[in-house]
Design a protein around this ligand. Sequence first.
Ligand code: NHR
Ligand code: GAR
Length: 191
Amino acid sequence: MVNKSFSKIIILISGSGSNLQSIIDNSDNIGVNIQSVISNKADAFGLKRAKNAGIATKVIERKQFATDKDFDYALIRYINTLNPDLIVLAGFMHILTTKFINTFAGQILNIHPALLPKYKGLNTHQRAIDAGDSKAGASVHFVTNELDSGEIILQRSVPIDLDDNAATLAKKVLEQEHILYLEAIQKVLQR
Ligand code: NHR
Ligand code: GAR
C-alpha cells in the first residue's frame, strides 16, 4: 500500500546505481515513494536494480535527440507527468540545462564524491590524493546552474590513507555515500 504521507521522488542515474539501491532498501524508513528511475544510459546496471524492486524505469538517452535542449525537454515532459516532490541525482553524469534546473528549482539534489567546495566536476578522488589531502568524502547539495555549487545539505568524510589510490578511496567514500544520501533526503523532506 502506498502511504499518502510519503514523499514522491524520482531518481536519475547513469551507471551502477548503488546509491539508488540504498534508497530503495530504505525507502519506507525515510518516507519516500520512488515513482520512477530514469537513466540516460540504456545499459546502466541501476535499471536492473529498479526493475528487481518493481519500480518503473525510463531510458532517455542524449543520442536520441539533436540538442541538449531537446534532451532536457524530453526529461522535463516525462518528469512533469509524475509531479515528484524531489528529483534525486545518483551518479547521473550528464550536465543539465538551465531550463531543466529552473523548471525544478529547489527540488533537485545531487550527491558529489568530494568535500565540496573542493573538487567540483570529475576525477575527484585522484585530485584529492594528488593534492596530498588527509581526508576525502562526499557532499549532498541542491543543484543550481553553477556546477556542484548549490547549497550543501550534508557531508561525510573518510581518512585518506598512505596506500589509498583512486579506486580504494572511491570504495570507502561510496560506503559513506549510501548513509549520507538517506540522511540528506530526510533532512530536506523535514524542512
Ligand atoms: N547539472 C547542473 N546544471 N548542475 C549541476 O550541479 C549538476 C548537473 C548535472 C549533474 C552531477 C555532477 C557531479 O556530482 C551533476 C551536477 C557530470 C559532469 C560532467 O562533466 C560534471 C558534474 C556532475 C556530473 N559530465 C560530462 C558532460 O559533458 C560527461 C561525462 C561522462 O559522460 O563521463 O555532461 O559530479
Ligand atoms: C558515486 O560515487 C557518486 O557520488 C558519483 O558517481 C558514483 C555513482 O555510484 N557521482 C558523480 O561522480 C557525479 N558526477 P552509484 O551509481 O553506484 O550510485
